[in-house]
Design a binder for this molecule. Structure first.
Ligand code: HEC
Ligand code: HEC
Length: 357
C-alpha cells in the first residue's frame, strides 16, 4: 500500500489505478483531455509523446490492464508483466527469459522504468518506438501469438465485456485492433517514470538523501571509476541523449564462447563489424533491485557486476577501449555499490482489476 500511494503521489500517474474505479473507464471525454504529462517538472523532464498517439487517462488505464492481462498471449500463460515484475525491479528473474511453451529466449528482460524517454528499444536497439516494440513482443516469442494472428487476438480481446466499452470510449470507431492495443500499451509505458530516487532528492538539494559513503560513490562514479562516460546521469545511460542509442562491446557474453556463436548484438541491426557483440548501455536506475545483470543475465551479484565494469573486461576482437582496469580499492568498489542503491525507484507497477471473461 505504501508503494501504491507513493506512486500516485508522483502525480504523473493519477489514473484510475489510484482509486477503486480501475475497470470502469470514462465515457469518452478523456479522449480529448490530455493527462498530466509524465515527468513534467521533474529532473528528467516531460516524457515525449508522439503526435499520432496522444496520451489520455482512459488510454493509459486501458493499456495498464492490457499490460497485465495474460489473455493477450497465445496460450494465456503470460502477460507483459510476467517478465517485467516488481519483484525483479521490473526486469526479469531469469538469466534469459522463457516464452510460452517453455521456449528459451536469447536475452535477459531489461528494466522498463523510463522507457518513454528511450530512443530505441531492446539490447540491440532494433525497435524504434514503444508501439513497434509492444507489437514485436506480442506477436513474437515473448507472447507467442504470431504477427499474422494479432488481428484475430485483438478481436478476441475486444469482445471481452468490459474491454469493448473501453476501446470504444478511447478509440471510437477504430475499436480493438492490433494497432489500438499496442497504442494503449505504449501509452501506459510512457507513464512509467522513475525520477524521484534518493539520488534525485540529493541533486535537488536534500543533502541528507545520500550517506557520506554514497556521496563518495557518486564522486567515483563521475570521476575515477569512469562510469558516467557511458552511464551518464540523470538517465544513467548516454543513449537517452541520442537518436540511435549507444552501444558498446564491454566483453559480456564472449568468454569461452566460439566467435561464431557469440550473440552479435547491435551488429545484427547495422551489419557493421564495429558493432560486433555491442549492446546498448542500460540505465542504472533501479539496478540494486534488478538482478541478474547484463544482456545474458550472466552475473547475479551487483558488486560482481561493478567489479567487472571497473576492470579490464574480457579480451575480444571488438572490446571498447573505455573498458579498462580503473584500479579501485575494495572500499571504492563498495562505495560505488552503495551509491547505486540510491538509484532505486520508490514506485512499483500497479496491477489493475481486469475485465471479466
Ligand atoms: C517472456 C518474457 C517477456 C514477455 C512476456 C515480455 N517481455 Fe518485454 N522483454 C523481454 C526481453 C527478454 C527483452 C529484451 C529482448 C532483447 O533485447 O532482445 C524485453 C524488452 C522489452 C522492452 C525494451 C526495453 C529496453 O530497455 O530496450 C520493453 C519496453 C518491453 N520489453 C515491454 C514489454 C511489453 C509491452 C510486453 C507485452 C506486450 C512485454 N515486454 C512482454 C521479455 C519479455
Ligand atoms: C564503455 C561504456 C561503459 C562504461 C565505461 C561502463 N559501462 Fe556499465 N555497461 C555498459 C554496457 C554496454 C552494458 C551492457 C553490457 C551487456 O549486457 O552486454 C553495461 C552494463 C552495466 C551493468 C548491468 C546493467 C543491467 O541492467 O544489467 C552495471 C551494473 C554497470 N554497467 C555498471 C557500471 C559501472 C559501475 C561502471 C563504472 C565502473 C560502468 N558500468 C562503466 C557500458 C559501460
Amino acid at each position: 500500500m505504501r508503494y501504491t500511494s507513493l506512486f500516485c503521489a508522483l502525480a504523473v500517474v493519477v489514473f484510475s489505478a489510484c482509486g477503486q474505479e480501475g475497470s470502469t473507464p470514462g465515457d469518452g471525454q478523456d479522449q480529448a483531455s490530455t493527462t498530466t504529462v509524465p515527468g513534467e517538472g521533474g529532473p528528467l523532464g516531460a516524457v515525449p509523446v508522439p503526435a499520432e498517439n496522444p496520451l489520455t487517462e482512459a488510454k493509459v488505464a486501458l493499456g495498464q490492464q492490457l499490460f497485465f492481462d495474460s489473455r493477450l498471449s497465445v496460450d494465456g500463460s503470460r502477460s507483459c508483466y510476467s517478465c517485467h515484475q516488481n519483484e525483479n525491479g521490473n526486469g526479469g528473474a531469469l538469466q534469459k527469459a522463457v516464452g510460452p511453451g517453455g521456449r528459451q529466449l536469447p536475452r535477459h528482460s531489461p528494466v522498463i522504468w523510463n522507457v518513454g524517454y528511450m530512443p530505441r528499444f531492446y539490447w540491440d536497439g532494433r525497435s524504434g518506438s514503444l508501439e513497434a516494440q509492444a507489437r514485436g513482443a506480442w506477436g513474437g516469442g515473448n507472447m507467442g501469438v504470431g504477427a499474422e494472428y494479432l488481428p484475430l487476438k485483438a478481436a478476441e480481446i475486444g469482445a471481452i465485456p468490459g474491454y469493448s466499452e473501453q476501446f470504444e470510449a478511447v478509440f471510437g470507431a477504430r475499436g480493438a485492433t492490433a494497432g489500438t492495443i499496442v497504442e494503449a500499451i505504449a501509452s501506459y509505458e510512457r507513464t512509467l517514470v522513475c525520477d524521484d530516487t534518493r539520488y534525485d532528492r540529493f541533486m535537488a538539494g536534500e543533502g541528507a538523501a545520500l550517506t557520506e559513503q554514497q556521496q563518495f560513490g557518486l564522486e567515483l562514479f563521475n570521476g575515477k571509476a569512469g562510469c558516467a562516460t557511458c552511464h551518464t546521469p540523470p538517465f544513467f545511460s548516454a543513449q537517452f541523449a541520442t537518436d540511435d542509442g549507444m552501444y558498446y562491446n564491454v566483453g559480456i557474453g564472449v568468454a569461452g564462447v566460439p566467435e561464431s556463436q557469440v550473440d552479435v548484438g547491435r551488429m545484427s541491426v547495422t551489419e557493421s563489424d564495429g558493432d560486433w557483440a555491442a549492446f546498448k548501455v542500460p540505465s542504472l536506475r533501479n539496478i540494486a533491485e534488478s538482478s541478474p545483470y547484463f544482456h545474458d543475465g550472466s552475473v547475479s551479484d551487483l558488486e560482481q557486476a561493478v567489479r567487472y565494469m571497473a576492470g579490464p573486461g574480457v579480451a575480444n576482437k571488438n572490446l571498447s577501449p573505455l573498458i579498462m582496469d580503473r584500479g579501485l580499492t575494495d572500499d571504492e568498489v563498495r562505495a560505488l555499490v552503495v551509491f547505486l542503491g540510491s538509484l532505486s525507484c520508490p514506485a512499483e507497477l500497479i496491477r489493475p482489476e481486469l475485465p471479466g471473461g
